[in-house]
Each structure stands twice: as structure tokens, then as C-alpha cells.
Design a binder for this molecule. Structure first.
Ligand SMILES: Cc1cc2nc3c(=O)[nH]c(=O)nc-3n(C[C@H](O)[C@H](O)[C@H](O)COP(=O)(O)O)c2cc1C
Ligand code: SF4
Ligand code: SF4
Length: 276
């Protein structure tokens, strides 16, 4: 029987979801399937989703939901015919109803999601407010991310589903009132995060390298009169503030001299962002 063709699609703001996606790609190869193709949803030129038998979709949790950029991407996918897939998220703590909502959206365009998992990774929302020498940052620099809890088990789970994907049944994530309530509670923070988006600026150390302009997934950063300005399309992915080579991007008065996070082992910049 022909080996199934596997696609891993991901969105990653700061590199955590990219790391997990790469880990899945590296560890799935062999056995019952060929090496999976890996694409960011920011650039799927040359990627024909229809030709794959099994699609793995990874994303970070933002405010107990999938990021808007992913929801927009899904809206743009042409209806697929009963395509099998697996969904995973990376999160700092709590994912609310993200899985249930996303799986329903995917079902509406013809995906049959066979499994779902969550991996706890460093919180990209909080790191730029922490001291560089805080115990949390020290722990991160000593951490072996290849031994992240649940990572190997998730790959095994995906491998099993791929081995039996023709017969495997779609999962249904049941309505969970506690998750529903918690997700609604998180919505209280929306005005705060909206205010945060307006507080981004480049300080006097900016040397106009243009990297932030290139890597912003929303094309939200523009240079006018040799000054970096932020528009109003920010999705708070935290990429620009973490990857500015001079740590010149700030959020209000809270982030100057504070920590920055470039995903596990800094691979996201050299392997993906640099090529943008
Ligand atoms: C704006 C924003 C909101 C977030 N909201 C949540 C959340 O509700 N629950 C959670 O567990 N993690 C939350 N996080 C943390 C990210 O989901 C987590 O750090 C993820 O691994 C980041 O992945 P990335 O590096 O691929 O962007 C949030 C991060 C950001 C930037
Ligand atoms: S990445 Fe930093 S230094 Fe480069 S243009 Fe943007 S703000 Fe300035
Ligand atoms: S402005 Fe920065 S935080 Fe906002 S979407 Fe662009 S890269 Fe992400």
C-alpha cells in the first residue's frame, strides 16, 4: 500500500510551535510514512494541501483561542474532501476551548480531525516583562527542550493515527462548561491586550536594520521618515520585540532591559525568519 503523504502546517510567533513542529517532522520520518513536509501558514507557496493524505496543524494559544491569523488562514482554504488530520497547540498554561472551536472550524471545511494534543512551552506573552536573570529565565536557558513533557508521547500518538488513518474515527471534543466559563473570563483581558498593542515603539537604539518590518506576520511595522512605526493590525505575536537584534522594541515602559525569547535553541530565526 502507498505510504501516506504527510503535511505539517504551523503558525509560530516566537518559535515554540516551530520547534515542536520540527520535532514532529524529525521523529515521524521512517516506518509507515515518508518524511513530512513542513510549511508555515505565512508562506504556503508551493504547498498544495489537496495532495496530502494527513495534515498536522500546530499553533500557539492566544487568549484561550487559536490566533486570528490561523482562523483567517482556515477561512481561505478551499473545501477539502474528508482530509484526515491532527491538531496540536503550544501553550503556557491554559488553552480554554481553543481545541473544540478550531476542530469545529476545520470540520466545516472538510477536515476530519483524528486527534489533538497540547504541549506546555515558555509563555511568549510574559517573558519580555521578566528580568533577564530571573529564576524563570535561568530555568529556560538550562532546559532540555527535547525532553519536554508529552512531546515524545504526542509523536507516538500521531504515528499510530497515521498507521491507521484510513479507518480511524474523527474525535469530538465535548462541550466543557468550565472551559467555556474560563474562556469567557479571559475575554476580560481583551481591552488590556488591545491597549498593549498600542504601546509598541522602537526606542533610540533602533539602527533601522528593517528586520522587524520583514518578520512581522501582519505587515504591521512600517518605516516613515527613518522612524519605525506600528500600525493597528498587530496580533500580539511578540515576534518583533523578541527578535529585534538591538532589543529596541518596547511595550510602554515595562520591557526595557528585560528578557527576550527566541524559541528553543534560537533555530527559528536562522531557519525561517531570516529567509523572509
Ligand atoms: C498574546 C498572547 C496570548 C497568550 N495567551 C495564552 C493563553 O490564553 N493561555 C496559555 O496557556 N498561553 C498563552 N500564551 C502563551 C503562548 O501560547 C505560548 O507561549 C506559545 O508556546 C507561544 O508559541 P510560539 O512561540 O510558537 O508563538 C499567549 C501568548 C501570547 C503572545
Ligand atoms: S529590528 Fe530593531 S533595530 Fe531593526 S529596525 Fe526594527 S526596531 Fe530598529
Ligand atoms: S507588530 Fe510585532 S507583535 Fe504585532 S504582529 Fe507584528 S511582529 Fe507581531
Amino acid at each position: 500500500m502507498e505510504k501516506p503523504r504527510i503535511l505539517i502546517l504551523y503558525f509560530s510567533g516566537t518559535g515554540n510551535t516551530y520547534f515542536v513542529s520540527k520535532f514532529i517532522q524529525a521523529n515521524l520520518s521512517g516506518g509507515n510514512c515518508d518524511k513530512a513536509d513542513l510549511f508555515s501558514i505565512e508562506d504556503i507557496s508551493g504547498c498544495d494541501i489537496a495532495k496530502y493524505d494527513f495534515v498536522i496543524l500546530g499553533f500557539p494559544i492566544y487568549g484561550c483561542e487559536a490566533p486570528d491569523i490561523l482562523n483567517e488562514f482556515i477561512k481561505g482554504i478551499k473545501l477539502v474532501s474528508l482530509k484526515k488530520g491532527f491538531v496540536f497547540c503550544t501553550k503556557a498554561m491554559y488553552s480554554g476551548n481553543a481545541a473544540r472551536n478550531l476542530i469545529r472550524r476545520l470540520r466545516n471545511i472538510g477536515f476530519m480531525i483524528l486527534g489533538y494534543d497540547e504541549i506546555v512551552m515558555p509563555g511568549s506573552d510574559g517573558i519580555t516583562f521578566l528580568n533577564k536573570n530571573s529564576s524563570y529565565m535561568k530555568k529556560l536557558s538550562a532546559k532540555d527542550f527535547f525532553r519536554t513533557k508529552g512531546l515524545h508521547e504526542m509523536v507516538k500518538k500521531i504515528q499510530l493515527l497515521i498507521n491507521s488513518y484510513r479507518q480511524a474515527k474523527e474525535i469530538r471534543v465535548a462541550f466543557n462548561p468550565v472551559r467555556f466559563l474560563m474562556t469567557s473570563l479571559f475575554k476580560i483581558f481583551i481591552p488590556i491586550t488591545n491597549r498593549m498593542k498600542k504601546k509598541f515603539y522602537a526606542d533610540d537604539n533602533c539602527f533601522q536594520c528593517g528586520i522587524c518590518i520583514r518578520i512581522c506576520p501582519q505587515k504591521n511595522i512600517i518605516a516613515t521618515n527613518r522612524k519605525i512605526n506600528f500600525d493597528n493590525k498587530c496580533i500580539l505575536c511578540m515576534r518583533c520585540i523578541n527578535y529585534c537584534p538591538n532589543e529596541s522594541i518596547q511595550i510602554g515602559g515595562f520591557t526595557e532591559g528585560k528578557a527576550r525569547w527566541k524559541g528553543p535553541y534560537d533555530i527559528y530565526y536562522s531557519e525561517v525568519l531570516l529567509k523572509k
